[in-house]
Design a protein around this ligand. Structure first.
Ligand SMILES: CCCCCCCC/C=C\CCCCCCCC(=O)OC[C@H](COP(=O)(O)O[C@@H]1[C@H](O)[C@H](OP(=O)(O)O)[C@@H](O)[C@H](O)[C@H]1O)OC(=O)CCCCCCC/C=C\CCCCCCCC
Ligand SMILES: Nc1ccn([C@@H]2O[C@H](COP(=O)(O)O)[C@@H](O)[C@H]2O)c(=O)n1
Ligand SMILES: [Mg+2]
Ligand SMILES: [Mg+2]
Length: 214
């Protein structure tokens, strides 16, 4: 949903910034790499220590590179299959660091095995959501479904909740439950999305077989 409705807005907002980076001689691949490195560092330095506010601010600053790199490639007429592969592959790395960092907190000082398991479930199911589409498409199916919780939703729900929960450390009361709640929402939504995508590929495979049998 966000991918459909918010992308146009962010494209408009980020286009001048992307153009400026191109004028400075920065390449889309460099933005992809630096954005991922910053997101991973923000997640793995701050989240395992329970510093959710600063972790979220750092990740947010870097994660928008994922919208800038493609914008730069398109403006420069340099969109490439390598760029698409690099972008998608490093998305998985950043996602693993974000949910892995949260799991590390709950496994350590956060001291909550159940929430550690939920964070790990978010990590694994998010990767499977992306895999269903990549594998389906590699087999030649259109995989004509986005599903309930795409990557943008997973990130926005988790990061807004982590950032606001982090304000508890500055004395804001009653916000610390937001992150656990968001993790349950992302876990349930990702499970639904995996099923939606699997059922879509199953339908598309049967339809293709029926056409082939005629
Ligand atoms: C009191 C304050 C507390 C602190 C609050 C901090 C608030 C921080 C809040 C949110 C920040 C979240 C930012 C999230 C930005 C997400 C950007 C992003 O990742 O966009 C990428 C996404 C997909 O792009 P791709 O096509 O490159 O990726 C594909 C995708 O990954 C597929 O995955 P799948 O869906 O299958 O799982 C893969 O299959 C595929 O391989 C891969 O190529 O782009 C979009 O979706 C575009 C829409 C982005 C919408 C972003 C909305 C952001 C909304 C609010 C931001 C608020 C910002 C506030 C800043 C405050 C700073 C202090
Ligand atoms: N280093 C890169 C990154 C991306 N691309 C191209 O952009 C597409 C992704 O666009 P986003 O707005 O989602 O970032 C991707 O499929 C590539 O075509 C690129 O060429 N090089
Ligand atoms: Mg990108
Ligand atoms: Mg991406």
């Amino acid at each position: 949903m966000l991918n459909k409705y918010a992308r146009a807005f962010f494209t408009r907002v980020l286009t001048p910034f992307a153009a400026m980076l191109l004028r400075w001689g920065v390449s889309p691949d460099a933005v992809t790499l630096i954005g991922t490195a910053g997101s991973v560092a923000g997640a793995l330095v701050f989240f395992p220590r329970g510093e959710f506010f600063w972790g979220t601010i750092t990740i947010t600053l870097f994660i928008f590179s994922d919208l800038v790199d493609g914008n730069m490639a398109r403006q420069a007429g340099r969109s490439s299959k390598w760029g698409a592969f690099l972008d998608s592959t490093l998305d998985r790395v950043a996602d693993a660091a974000i949910f892995g960092g949260l799991a590390m907190w709950y496994a350590g000082s956060g001291n909550n095995d159940l929430l550690c398991a939920v964070a790990l479930f978010c990590l694994a199911s998010g990767q499977v959501v992306s895999y269903t589409k990549a594998r389906g498409e590699s087999l030649g199916f259109p995989v004509n479904v986005s599903g309930l919780v795409e990557r943008a939703e997973r990130l926005v729900i988790s990061l807004v909740a982590a950032g606001v929960s982090g304000l508890h450390a500055f004395g804001l009361p009653y916000v610390e439950w937001l992150l656990p709640f968001a993790l349950w929402v992302v876990a349930a939504g990702s499970l639904v999305t995996v099923l939606q995508r699997m059922l879509t590929v199953r339908r598309e495979a049967f339809e293709q077989e029926q056409v082939g049998a005629r």
